[in-house]
Design a protein around this ligand. Structure first.
Ligand SMILES: C[S@@+](CC[C@H](N)C(=O)[O-])C[C@H]1O[C@@H](n2cnc3c(N)ncnc32)[C@H](O)[C@@H]1O
Length: 243
């Protein structure tokens, strides 16, 4: 399963690589560009709440959810003192809130975890139904190029402080299978655990078509955390769409 024991070391490994503050500022720049000032935001697949915390500290009303209880329990420790945060255990496929949001966001390739295009359509529809009129949806994906050519059929080995891990990948039928093996130093010894993750590679055009079919407008597709148009060599692609 994905994001069980990995949750415990997730922040140690991810905060080396991912600049959540930069991501937060990028989303705020998108709001400026699109001339929206959201006061209530929903973050899907929030993981351990690293991005959520930036919004919380800046007094946004932010609701967030994730499918992994292990990830959420870490998010909860980080966010429990913020009265403006609401944390839920839900699935992107069928999440339900009895209110609408001015913005819905999801970062760090969480969308790639939806493996079936019909399911992705359900997610996008559900987001649409939870957006207020003129609300804005911001999300990113690992690009098709990255999943098929870079991560693809490669193996990566990392030796970090107290965590040694291998990441063996295979790419088949648009799905990247990740076999992760961790050795984590605890109480004088290295303990092993394994996880299996899968990400679906989507082409930008497939996503744009789905968004249009559902009724989204003003769709933009950017390269990484920039306002440059994405290219065939983009590794991370950001989408912005409004209701
Ligand atoms: C790469 S992590 C990103 C987490 C977080 N957004 C971040 O930036 O650190 C992917 C997250 O997606 C969550 N996830 C995967 N499928 C999901 C689903 N169907 N519904 C909700 N969360 C999901 C995982 O549990 C995990 O926390």
């Amino acid at each position: 399963m994905a994001y069980e024991e990995f949750a415990e070391v997730y922040d140690r490994l991810m905060t080396e690589d991912i600049d959540y503050e930069k991501w937060y500022k990028f989303i705020k720049n998108i709001y400026n560009e699109y001339n929206v000032r959201p006061y209530n935001i929903l973050e899907m697949a929030c993981g351990t709440g690293n991005l959520t915390k930036y919004f919380a500290k800046d007094y946004y009303n932010i609701s967030c959810f994730d499918i992994s209880e292990d990830m959420l329990s870490i998010a909860y420790k980080k966010l429990r003192n913020y009265k403006n945060v609401c944390i839920r255990h839900m699935n992107m496929l069928d999440f339900k809130f009895n209110k609408k949001f001015q913005s819905i966001i999801s970062i760090c390739d969480s969308i790639n975890y939806i493996l079936d295009i019909e399911d992705l359509k359900k997610v996008f529809k559900n987001v649409y139904n939870h957006l207020e009129d003129k609300g804005i949806f911001v999300f990113d994906i690992n690009s098709y190029y990255k999943l098929s050519n870079i991560i693809g059929n490669n193996t990566f080995i990392y030796d970090e402080k107290d965590v040694f891990y291998t990441w063996e990948n295979e790419f088949q039928d648009n799905i990247a299978n990740f076999y992760l093996t961790f050795f984590v130093y605890r109480k004088g010894m290295y303990e092993r655990f394994d996880e299996f993750h899968q990400e679906r590679a989507y082409r930008s055009d497939e996503i744009i078509d789905l968004l249009k079919e559902i009724g989204y407008k003003n769709i933009s597709v950017y390269d990484g955390l920039t306002f440059n148009l994405s290219s065939t060599k983009s590794t991370r692609i950001n989408f912005v769409a409004s209701k």
